[in-house]
Ligand binder design. Structure first.
Ligand code: PLP
Length: 384
């Protein structure tokens, strides 16, 4: 009899043979450590960049000031129906105030954000110019849109300028899309350059995803846009709550008209159940404290620069300027072996392979957090 799953099984075998088969890791967490197969390892694969999600005291403070009736675990509805609890409006007002912007809008996740905004604000007369290395959720957003799209070489702004020149009169609108800190290389986009480019044309807008930078960079933790002084020049200033902010969800900082338009047109906002109010309350609590977390930001910057410097001394080509520090190995199978070796030595680091990164650039991706001590990063450098 024909096995209707045979083609899936064949593909899985191909993935296994090329070292690219993925499995869901079953790890047990213990603060900043993870335990797997009886081995306790320092978690160097987490996005808990400020160490907030493993901070018990912080959680305690949040819970002890909360009444049971405030702890709603479901919104039971889309925000457009009855799911729009007041905590949503409070969070959006807080965000808009912090950024000094007209408005903010909150979503269920970064994936919802990126797959929802781009299809909503574009049509067939729009051109999207996206960095070659933008996150999969942005790619999916582009795919779901009616817009045409050209991907420019990673951070090649000469090419971007040429594309703008060539297409400026052929489209009603052009949107430049980039991340600020890039997920896989940890390098940083000079947003001020993109702002200068955009300002040369009346029909060009700028979309920036700060998923890895919010909380971590800038004096008040508002991201690279704050650090580079261009918050007000970015049309869609996006970020997520699931990484440094130790919560769940995402936001865009934008003009009022854009917010209103999204509320009317953004399918991933309209057709999904709103986040549970208790999660939004926790996000509010964290965002309120964000400007006071300078010490954590400094600690993270310190361990990150130590690791980057050490890798450079070892002759590695390190493009990173952040707490995301990849060590490129090359072949997927070699990368898996290296990751296993690191795990045996007590450091939980994971291999990143195609299709997440380009073929032949499989890597170990160290994702540092403020919970990693100087002594621990010193030991890591020794065993590398
Ligand atoms: C993690 C990430 C997302 C997705 O955010 P979630 O809230 O986890 O869905 C989007 N964009 C970038 C650049 C990311 O790194």
């Amino acid at each position: 009899m024909n096995d209707i799953c045979q083609s899936y099984k064949d593909e899985l075998q191909r993935l296994e043979a090329s070292g690219n088969l993925r499995k869901l890791p079953s790890v047990v967490h213990d603060g900043k450590w993870v335990i797997d197969g009886g081995r306790k390892m320092l978690n160097l694969s987490s996005n808990d960049y400020l160490g907030l999600s493993t901070d018990k005291a912080l959680r305690q403070e949040f819970i002890s000031n909360r009444m049971t009736e405030e702890c709603l675990f479901s919104s039971s509805s889309s925000r457009l129906l009855t799911g729009n609890y007041t905590i949503y409006d409070r969070l959006e007002t807080l965000l808009a105030d912090l950024f000094g912007a007209e408005s903010a809008l909150v979503f269920c996740s970064g994936y919802h954000m990126n797959t929802g905004i781009l299809p909503a604000v574009t049509d067939s007369t729009t051109l999207i110019l996206a960095d070659k290395l933008v996150h999969a959720s942005i790619i999916d957003g582009i795919r779901l849109s009616q817009a045409q799209c050209v991907r420019y070489r990673h951070q090649d702004y000469k090419q971007l300028e040429m594309l703008l020149q060539k297409h400026k009169d052929n489209f009603s609108r052009i949107i430049i899309v980039t991340e600020s800190i890039f997920s896989m290389d940890g390098d940083i986009a000079p947003l001020y350059k993109l702002v200068d480019l955009k300002k040369m044309y009346p029909n060009v807008m700028l979309y920036v995803d700060e998923a890895h930078a919010i909380g971590v960079r800038g004096d008040n933790g508002l991201g690279i846009a704050e650090e580079q002084g261009c918050i007000h020049d970015i049309d869609f200033l996006c970020g997520t709550f699931g990484k440094a902010l130790s919560s769940v969800g995402a936001y865009v900082i934008c003009r009022k008209a854009i917010r209103e338009f999204l509320v009317n047109r953004m399918r991933t906002l309209i057709f999904t159940t709103a986040l549970p109010p208790v999660n939004v309350a926790w996000t509010y609590f964290i965002v309120e404290h964000l400007s006071q977390m300078k010490e954590r930001r400094n600690a993270l910057n310190l361990v990150s620069s130590r690791l980057r410097d050490a890798l450079r001394v070892k002759g590695c080509d390190v493009a990173s300027e952040s707490h995301i520090v990849p060590m490129i190995v090359g072949k997927s199978s070699d990368t898996i072996l290296k990751a296993e070796e690191m795990q045996r030595k007590g450091f939980y680091v994971l291999p990143v392979r195609p299709p997440t990164v380009p073929e032949g650039t499989s890597r170990l991706r160290f994702s540092l957090t403020a919970a990693v001590s100087e002594e621990e990063v010193g030991r890591l450098i020794e065993v590398l």
